[in-house]
Design a protein around this ligand. Structure first.
Ligand SMILES: Cc1ncc(COP(=O)(O)O)c(C=O)c1O
Length: 485
């Protein structure tokens, strides 16, 4: 029987060995400057930092050129399948955004939490473009986690109820306030104690269609979602689950806080009946519906917001960050005015929240997204990319499942399509091999066997074609190396 100490020891094994990282860099043929810089990084960066988690040896990225090409410290080119974690949706080099930043810089960079015209203008824009035909208000922050923390705080304050329901496998940040909502053993095991894991957070399954947690025998994604919805409804309609009393109709649940599609989990698109079904439950039981669009928003999925795929779903609160200011740290929590105005001045604050430079960059970035109709562009390019990957499925048994909306594409790898045994080791290997062949991809998934593909939305068609070619080669190599038939 494993003991707690074994778990701790197994976690210690997760700490990367700097020597091994350098060996890996050599093995995968990193250039001399990259190796030199990696050595220096290992001297000063905590081994808990993200760069050491994604790759066996992290690349040293230095520059971006053209649509979706990144250059490393040795001048090597990579096709960018990450957009800096779904941040550079409008492309890395936008001179217009730079001009807006310089113009604002010459006026004022920040003046801690003071009002300014540029901040007010951005607020007007955000309430206009977020879903929901009702009066909305904005709260600014600097990161995605900031935006989520505001939503958690205000939902509890507004409703006077403690509990927030989130989905298994959701990612909402890694600050001490958001980590209870990022349900993942590997995250939690390095973050104990998990504040609020015992009180105030309840989890429901996400209908991971390929491996349905609610009904492994489900015939379709919709059936999987239907069964998960049934479970959620059951939890709220029976007094003995402890969330609601069906007789007095009182509940201690303040809100749902969900990712519309799961991003860190490997770009899993919810079946079409999931969000409308969950929204209906929220409305029926008088629970706020809060949607984290930090990664799915800003045209990524072929609409401005993922919830825009579901007419009638109007979240009470929406969280945005990442791509909002084309790379400058910035976030916002936008919600119904009655919710956002329910607390008093200074209830939450952060020195740089709503800083002028970020507001100016955000206004210009949003203008570009609208003017160039990037949502439509993402839809068209996404269809092309998805079709290319689906074609590759005909030839490559390692591809278990491919799904996507717009340029939000998840690819799941298996050792064998019948057993669906996850190809975790193979996925790790392919991540490094792709790096070596000139492509940056994000490895993700509940089982570490997925790629989450999110190139800049302005990626050229030729770059997508080239990426498909490289994928084809690397899938073939992996199948040979790991004997996958
Ligand atoms: C869906 C989602 N929510 C929240 C966050 C946290 O954002 P940040 O890392 O900016 O704090 C992330 C980050 O990846 C995310 O993908």
């Amino acid at each position: 029987m494993p003991k707690i100490i074994d778990t701790i020891e197994s976690k210690l094994k997760m700490i990367p060995d700097p020597k091994k990282i350098l060996e890996n860099a050599e093995k995968w043929g990193f250039g001399p400057r990259s190796i030199e810089l990696l050595k220096r990084a290992l001297e000063v960066e905590s081994l808990g930092a993200m760069p050491f988690s994604m790759y066996d040896a992290p690349p040293i990225v230095e520059e971006a050129v053209e649509d979706a090409i990144i250059i490393d410290a040795d001048g090597r080119r990579y096709i960018d399948m990450m957009a800096g974690f779904a941040v550079s949706n409008v492309g890395h080099h936008r001179k217009e955004v730079l001009a807006a930043i310089i113009e604002q810089f010459n006026k004022l960079v920040q003046y801690s939490e003071m009002l300014s015209e540029v901040r007010i203008k951005l607020g007007e824009k955000l309430v206009e473009i977020t879903p929901g035909k009702f009066k909305k208000k904005v709260f600014y922050g600097l990161s995605g986690s900031d935006a989520v923390e505001v939503a958690i705080k205000i939902a509890r304050y507004y409703t006077g109820r403690p509990i927030i329901i989130t989905q298994w496998g959701d990612y909402h940040g890694r600050t001490i306030g958001t980590v209870p909502f990022t349900t993942s053993f590997s995250t939690w095991s390095q973050n104990y104690p998990i504040m609020g894991a015992d009180i105030g957070v309840v989890r429901i399954p996400f209908p991971y269609c390929y491996r349905c947690p609610c009904n492994p025998k489900a015939d379709s994604c919709e059936e999987c979602a239907e069964d998960c919805l049934h479970l959620v409804d059951y939890m709220l309609s029976h007094t003995y689950y402890g969330l609601r009393d069906p007789f007095s109709k009182s509940t201690n649940v303040a809100a749902f806080l969900i990712e519309p599609y799961q991003s860190a989990a490997g770009y899993m698109v919810a079946p079409d009946n999931w969000l409308p079904g969950l929204y209906k439950i929220a409305r029926e039981y008088d629970i706020l519906f809060m949607v984290d669009e930090i990664q799915t928003g800003w045209a990524r999925t072929g609409r401005m917001w993922a919830v825009d795929h579901y007419p009638g779903v109007e979240p009470d609160v929406i969280m945005v960050a990442k791509s909002i200011a084309n790379g400058l740290p910035f976030s916002a929590t936008i919600g119904r005015a009655e919710v956002m105005d329910s607390w008093g001045p200074g209830a939450h604050s952060s020195t740089f929240a709503g800083y002028m430079l970020g507001c100016a960059a955000a206004l210009k970035t949003i203008e570009i997204m609208e003017r160039e109709n990037l949502a439509y562009l993402a839809q068209v390019k996404g269809e092309k990319f998805l079709k290319g990957l689906q074609d590759l499925m005909q030839e490559h048994p390692i591809l278990g499942y491919v799904e996507g909306k717009g340029l939000y594409i998840g690819v799941e790898f298996v050792k064998d399509r019948n057993s669906k045994k996850p190809a975790t080791e193979e996925t790790k290997w392919m991540t490094m091999r792709l790096l070596q062949k000139g492509m940056l991809v994000k490895r993700a998934g509940y089982l570490g066997n997925r790629f989450a593909l999110s190139p800049p939305l302005v990626i050229r068609d030729e770059t997508i074609d080239k990426a498909l070619e490289i994928f084809d080669e690397v899938f073939t190599e992996a199948e040979e190396k790991f004997n996958i038939k």
